[in-house]
Design a protein around this ligand. Sequence first.
Ligand SMILES: Cc1cc2nc3c(=O)[nH]c(=O)nc-3n(C[C@H](O)[C@H](O)[C@H](O)COP(=O)(O)O)c2cc1C
Length: 194
Amino acid sequence: MDKKRIVVGISGASGMPIALEVLRQLRGHREMWETHLVYTRGAQLTLSQETGCTAKELEELADCVYDNENIGAAPASGSFRTEGMIIVPCSMKTVAGIASGYSDNLLLRAADVTLKERRRLVLVTRECPFGTIHLRNMYELSRMGAVILPPVLSFYNHPDSLECCIRHIAGKALDFFGLEGEGYARWEGMDEDR
Ligand SMILES: Cc1cc2nc3c(=O)[nH]c(=O)nc-3n(C[C@H](O)[C@H](O)[C@H](O)COP(=O)(O)O)c2cc1C
């Protein structure tokens, strides 16, 4: 059986440990899923700033890696079948590019294609606080069908570490593709005696 393909985009916002966790969790599904990675120059900077991981180690987590300048790579075309795309983390510059259809790199073009083909686009948007332009762009993207999933903390699952929060967000993003995320705590309802 052909594997399902997912495009993972990484842009230069804060949140590289979440990107690494998404790729790691996808590796756990590699019998069924194939990961296609594209990351920006900004992502490379934040990766070295926020983690001890090199670009080579990042790339080893994916099945296929594309040069962000290569706007002729497979994910640039709608005829390349995928289940959709996650951009994690998604910078406000990348949000603006997608919202306006300004596809001057492969990551932006792949997101544009995902929307035009009516496929799932999950954006782990990160800025703090969000400005009015950011909120307007995210509102427009949500209206266009994208899922806006900022890495917001949840406490109902009683996280006891930062790793726990990272796993939860990564699992929540993957849940939109029907993938059971490791460490993703679903709400099962409140005990009646509470
Ligand atoms: C360490 C670091 C952290 C950053 N964090 C954010 C962030 O959380 N959100 C954001 O929108 N931009 C952030 N930026 C700025 C983006 O990297 C910058 O706007 C870049 O042009 C984004 O380009 P890209 O989307 O093509 O990666 C950060 C930059 C650095 C160096």
